[in-house]
Design a protein. Structure first.
Length: 97
């Protein structure tokens, strides 16, 4: 049986007031990023464990392939998001005022 893919948790809502309150919400953004990276790491660890079990004959090759595909997809999405973030940062830094 194929396990269900857990849903992506939504980001917390932005505060109603701007200014200093918005600057104080930076911790929730950084914790969201840290949680996403932890989830990718956990997925990669699960895939590695499943592959080792399948290689030793204790696990299912099908489960190992599913876990490896899921870890690969999550890694690709993470790399794409990091690339977009770096690109946006570079664009902002190259703006002339």
């Amino acid at each position: 049986m194929i396990p269900a893919i857990p849903p992506i948790s939504p980001l917390p809502a932005a505060p109603a007031s701007g200014g200093a309150a918005a600057a104080g919400s930076g911790g929730s953004f950084s914790s969201s990023i840290a949680n996403a990276i932890d989830q990718v790491q956990q997925s990669q660890t699960t895939a590695s464990t499943a592959e080792a079990q399948a290689a030793s004959g204790q696990g299912s090759v099908t489960d190992a392939m599913i876990d490896a595909s899921q870890a690969s997809l999550e890694t690709q999405v993470t790399v794409a998001l990091v690339d977009k973030g770096v690109s946006a940062f570079t664009d902002i830094m190259n703006m002339q005022f």
